[in-house]
Write a protein of this length. Structure first.
Lengths: 202, 162
C-alpha cells in the first residue's frame, strides 16, 4: 500500500470519527444539561465511533494493522466499547434513575431505549465470550459465529438506538456515522466469510 | 382562548390524543359507558415530586402547557382540579424542584400554565403532568412534542371517580 493511500485512509477514518464528535460538542442542548448528563451523551457518541473501528480492525482494513495486530487492536477497542457503554448507562442513571430503570426493564415509552439495552447486553456477551474463549473450549467456527452474530446485533441495535434519539448528536453527521458503521460491518462480514464452512487463515 | 390556540399542530395532537383515547377504550371492560378514563402513560410519573405548589408561572415562562380535565363517562368538564406539571426545560432538569409547578382548571375544565421552553431530554422533547389529588384516580401523562421547536404542548385528562 502506498504511503499516500495509507495517509488518506487514516485521515478519512479520523474525519469520520472527529466530525460527529465535534458536531455533538456544538449541540445547543449541552447548555441545558448538567455535566454528568453531558458525559453520558458523549460516552454514547464515543461508543458509536469505536463501533466503526471494530469491523475495520478485525478485518485488517486499517493500514499498518493487519492480521494479529489488527485483532489485538480489535480486543482493546472491544474493552473500551464496554467501558464507554458502562459510563453511558451509569451517567444516565445518575441523571435520571427512573428513566434508566424503565429502559433496562423494557418498559420505557421511548422505542430507542429497548434497542440500546439489547445492544448493551449483546456487547457485554460478545466481549465475555471473547474473554472466556479458551476456557469455553468452543470450536473456533462456533465461537466465531456466536461472536459475529452478537457483534451484528450490537451494530444493528446501536444504529437504530442512535437514529431514533433526538439528542446531542447532529442529525446529518449521526446518520453518516451510522451508515459507515453498517457498511464497514457488512463488508467485514462478507470478507471474513464467517458463515461459510471454509475458515479463513488465522 | 382555546379557539385562538388551534393550529394544524394542536389539531394533529388532539387527533392523536383522541385516537389514543379511542384505542385505550378498546381495552376497557364493556361495562364502561361513554368517555373512557385516560390511562397513565409509560414513564409518566418519572421524576414526580408530590405536592408541587400552585404557581402563576414556572420560572421565566415562554412556553405554554395547556389541556382539559373531564369526568369519565359523561365527559363533564371538571373545574378547580389541580394539575401538576414538570419537564426538562431551558431553566432546569426534571428533578429540580424549580422545574415543577401546578395550576387549577377553570370553570370549563381548561388549564393553562406558562413555563420555560421544554428541551429534548432522554431522547425526546416531552413534558410530564399529574393529577394526584385523591378525588379521582391518579393519572400521570407524558406527552411528546411533535417538534422540539414547539412553544406549547397539550395534554388531556379524563378522570375516573374513586
Amino acid at each position: 500500500m502506498s504511503p499516500v493511500r495509507r495517509i488518506l485512509i487514516w485521515a478519512g477514518l479520523l474525519t469520520a470519527i472527529a466530525v460527529p464528535i465535534a458536531a455533538s460538542g456544538a449541540s445547543p442542548l449541552l447548555a441545558w444539561r448538567e455535566p454528568v448528563y453531558i458525559l453520558a451523551g458523549f460516552a454514547g457518541v464515543f461508543a458509536m465511533a469505536l463501533l466503526l473501528l471494530q469491523p475495520l480492525s478485525v478485518a485488517g482494513y486499517l493500514p499498518g494493522l493487519s492480521g494479529p495486530r489488527g485483532r489485538r487492536v480489535h480486543r482493546w477497542i472491544g474493552g473500551s466499547l464496554v467501558l464507554a457503554v458502562v459510563i453511558h448507562v451509569a451517567a444516565l442513571w445518575i441523571t435520571s434513575p427512573p428513566d434508566v430503570i424503565d429502559a433496562l426493564l423494557f418498559t420505557a415509552p421511548t422505542p430507542f431505549s429497548a434497542f440500546g439495552v439489547i445492544a448493551m447486553w449483546a456487547v457485554f456477551a460478545a466481549v465475555l465470550i471473547a474473554v472466556l474463549r479458551r476456557r469455553l473450549r468452543l470450536q473456533p467456527r462456533v465461537w466465531r459465529r456466536v461472536h459475529t452474530a452478537l457483534a451484528a446485533l450490537v451494530v444493528a441495535g446501536s444504529v437504530v438506538h442512535a437514529v431514533l434519539i433526538e439528542g446531542t448528536m447532529e442529525t446529518v453527521s449521526k446518520v453518516a456515522l451510522c451508515l459507515l458503521v453498517l457498511a464497514a460491518t457488512v463488508k467485514a462480514l462478507i470478507a471474513l466469510r464467517v458463515w461459510s464452512f471454509r475458515s479463513t487463515s488465522r | 382562548m382555546s379557539a385562538a390556540l388551534i393550529t394544524r399542530r394542536t389539531l394533529f395532537a388532539s387527533g392523536v390524543a383522541v385516537a389514543a383515547t379511542g384505542l385505550s377504550g378498546i381495552f376497557v371492560p364493556a361495562g364502561a359507558q361513554g368517555l373512557a378514563p385516560t390511562r397513565t402513560m409509560r414513564g409518566g410519573s418519572n421524576n414526580y415530586l408530590p405536592g408541587a405548589p400552585v404557581v402563576d408561572r414556572i420560572g421565566g415562562g415562554g412556553f405554554w402547557m395547556t389541556g382539559t380535565v373531564r369526568r369519565a363517562g359523561d365527559g363533564a368538564p371538571l373545574a378547580g382540579q389541580r394539575i401538576q406539571i414538570w419537564a426538562h426545560t431551558t431553566e432546569g432538569h426534571e428533578r429540580d424542584p424549580h422545574s415543577h409547578g401546578a395550576t387549577l382548571t377553570d370553570a370549563n375544565g381548561l388549564f393553562r400554565l406558562e413555563m420555560p421552553q421544554i428541551v429534548p431530554a432522554f431522547g425526546q422533547p416531552h413534558g410530564h403532568l399529574a393529577y394526584d389529588s385523591g378525588e379521582f384516580e391518579t393519572v400521570f401523562l407524558r406527552p411528546v412534542m411533535p417538534s422540539a421547536k414547539d412553544t406549547s404542548l397539550e395534554a388531556h385528562f379524563v378522570l375516573q371517580p374513586v
